[in-house]
Design a protein around this ligand. Structure first.
Ligand code: FES
Length: 106
């Protein structure tokens, strides 16, 4: 069963840039667009640089700073190449942003 894990405080995520968090060995980029928050895997599916949190935002997309692949923040789909990155469901709990992760393997 999936579970929600505290990622970061809301105030740490700014509108103009992503925030990188590491949760259980995964690099996750969190973005704020308007009043909504989005979480995607930070590792670009092009050449696997963990850099999407440093990407340029445009609406609900982010452009990888390495070679310009563009990702949809809602779906993780690459709009300029093949594949995409994982997305995570975000939940707000007071001042905290929680990310849904799959259940731990036993
Ligand atoms: S590593 Fe992201 S576009 Fe190449």
């Amino acid at each position: 069963m999936p579970r929600f894990v505290k990622a970061v405080r809301k105030e740490s995520v700014l509108d103009r840039c992503g925030t990188l968090v590491e949760i259980e060995g995964k690099d996750i980029a969190i973005f704020k667009r308007g009043t909504k928050f989005f979480a995607i895997n930070n590792v670009c599916s092009h050449q696997h640089f963990s850099a999407l949190h440093q990407g340029q935002l445009d609406g609900l997309t982010v452009e990888c700073p390495m070679h310009g692949w563009i990702y949809d923040l809602q779906t993780g789909k690459a709009l300029t190449g093949d594949g995409g990155v994982a997305t995570y469901i975000v939940r707000i709990d007071g001042d905290d942003i929680l990310i849904e992760l799959p259940d731990e393997e036993t």
